[in-house]
Structure formats: C-alpha cells, structure tokens
Design a protein around this ligand. Sequence first.
Ligand code: FES
Ligand SMILES: [Fe+2]
Length: 444
Amino acid sequence: MTTEIEGRELTQVGPGTVMGELMRQYWIPAALSSELLPGAAPVRLMLLGEKLIAFRDSAGRIGVMDHRCPHRCASLFLGRNEEGGIRCIYHGWKFDIAGNCVDMPSVPPYQDFKHKVKAKAYQAVERAGLVWVYMGPHARVPQLPGLEILDMPEEEIRVSLIQRDCNYLQALEGEIDTSHFGFLHAGHVDPDDISDDEPLRHTVTIRAPEYHVVDTAWGTQYGAYRAAGADLIYWRFANFLFPFWTQAPNGEFGSHVHARAWVPLDDSHTMFCYLWWKRGVSSMTLPQPVLRDGTPIGGAGRGNKFLPNTTEWLGRWRLAANASNDWGIDRAAQHSNAIYSGIDGIHLQDQAITESMGPITDHKFEHLAPSDQMITRTRRRLLMAARALRDRDVLPPGVGDPEVFRGARSGYFVSDDQSTWQEIYAKRLATSLRPPPPPPSTAG
Ligand code: FES
Ligand SMILES: [Fe+2]
C-alpha cells in the first residue's frame, strides 16, 4: 500500500518537492513547435507548478521563462515580442531568450544596471515537432532521452497533446494498468463476435491476464500473457520510463515505435504528449477494429473533440467532453451493453476514469490487488529514485545514460517460444524494426 507521506511525495511536483526535483533532471516536452510563431504573442505555459511564458523571437529561437518580470513582477505574458527579445510593457525592460536584460530604458544611462539583472529563463530545444524544456541545475544539463521514436526521421513522427484534469501519477498509472482493458474498453465485446486474427480477441477471451513485472534500466516493464491456442502465448509488453513516460501495448511489437508522456502542468493537471511512428502498426495507424460481420466495435472510436485553445494557464488542448458534462456518458448505451462504459472513445474512457478519481487520488482509500503489481512497483521505483536524488544526489535513470531508453519497446505478439519472458522480449526486440542510428544530439 502507499502511505499518505509516499502519496504526497509521489504526486507533488512544484519546486523543492521530492518528485518535482526528480522531474527537473530531465528534458520535458512542453508545447508543439507550431504553437510558437516568430515574433508572435507569448504563450502561457504551466509546467511543474511554475507559471512560465514561451515565445519564439524574431530569429526563430525559443524563449521559456518565469512569467514575472524581474523588475517589479509584472507579467511578461503581456510583453512585446520585439527584435531579439521580449519587452515588458510596464517600464520597457527587454530580455533575450537566455533571460539577459538587454535594455533598461526607464533608468538614466549612468544608473543602468542591466548587466546585473536576469529573468529566470530555462533552456529549450526543438525535436520531433515539440519544444522541450530543461528546468534543472545548469551544471548538469542532460541529453534528450534516447527514446527510439526520437531517432526516427522528423517527417515520420506524429505528435498530439491532450490535457487531463488530474495528477500525472493516476493518469500515468492508467496506462500501465493492463487489467482494465477487458472491462473499461471492451467489456461489451463477445470474443465469438470477432475474427480469429483480431488481437483484441485474446484480450476479451481472458479478461484477467497474468503478468510478469520487473525493474529495468529505464524504469519498469510488464509482460502480460494469455494462452492463445495449442502451445501459443499472446504476449503484451509495456513499459514505464523515467520520469513520466509510458509505452502501452496498443500496437504490433515489431513496428510499434512510440512514447507517451504524462507531463505534470501542476499537481492536478497533466499534459498527455503522444509521439508515434506513422509507419508503425498501432491503434494510431490501423482502422477502428470491427466485429466479424464488419460493424465497428462500439465505443472504440479514435477521434477526440477539442475545445478552442485559450491563453489561460491551463487553456491548451482541452477536450470538449469533461467532468462538467460527465464525459458525455450515454446511459442507454451502457444499459444495452452497446458500449460497456457508455463513453465513446478509447482515450476518452481512460481520461474519464482517471479524472473521476479526483484531482489527486487519495491513496489511503485504495485496495490494490495482485493485478496492480505493475502500479505498485512503478510507484516504488519512482519514490526510491527521487529519494536517492534528494538524500545522496544519485542521478535518476536515464539522466547520465540516456541511451537506456532505447531498450524499451511495447506491443503485442503471439509466440510459441518457451524461453523465459525476458528472453522472449529480447529476441523479439532484436528482430524488430529499429530506427536508424541516432543523429548527434542537439541538447546538452
Ligand atoms: S515590471 Fe517589467 S519593466 Fe518594470
Ligand atoms: Fe485504457
């Protein structure tokens, strides 16, 4: 079980918190590159409980900084994005993307002390259509994580952002909670109604999977297994990767190159950031699954309807279905079992469930089951790493050795291999499609 203290340490992400400091050791995907246009208005960006602004200067470089002007704390969100920097509209001080004060026009020249003033700026880089921000110590800026999706050609990577109104941990745990699939997403699906070659068939034939779980160099991993006919096993591998990434088994293992981040905006809001390879075989690239007779499986839609983005701190990439409208739950569809949950859309079902737990799950109220061992182990792995950093300055996984992430792959396959589960994983990975060798890093 998770104690109250552990729960607090796991879920709080602001400056000076145990988990917040762990997360500040890594590059964080924070916005789409396309959200920041040269010379355009700054964007309000909440990240790890800090109110920041992001802008692209006239030279195309990204600036990310505390929204408060270091003079008298007016918000630089209101600032003018001018040639080579942002100018505060209160007294006209101007800052470049590194936070240097480059103009102090409200002070007579002989009293000018601009070389002594700095806005609190964070480093930013762009990769895979995303702006990545580093909020940790200047003395040890790491490389970008060695996720295999980042090795793919940029034009073959797809990205999407969706905000979720709850703590990052419960959102992330929804992804590594394998036993929910046969209920929340597919409780209404009769295995006899789907064709033999549809992978979903295995999931709904045995709804209480058994699985192995282990600590890995990049975080944690599970391998869920189900009998799939004579001497055959249907495997589903999935990963947690430090500090907030997951890889779900929603694609064919051999080509399922992807990564999913659960970026804490603050303690009760999370940005889901999904990168996937457009040539991989996965739920993002396959058509919606159908029954044997060709009709689509109810509730398994893939589209998401968004509210218009606003300039508010938490106004980006919100879904139209949310707690205020009960996520659009259709009680008739639930009652008739057309859709087990009554909620239409795989992502929305996960979103509704994790948001329904409240802003931060009360861990004292839980009763974790043997089927939750991946969740238990992942919490422990996160806590131990965060405490080791706090108490002994031990770098957490992947910070000094970002290549460990390249060993993580998720997905499903059927196998007759009788080796151990970790040998089966290693063999499959060795014969899978891998990205080309990584290009030289642009960060760190
Ligand atoms: S508060 Fe920004 S220049 Fe004075
Ligand atoms: Fe799910």
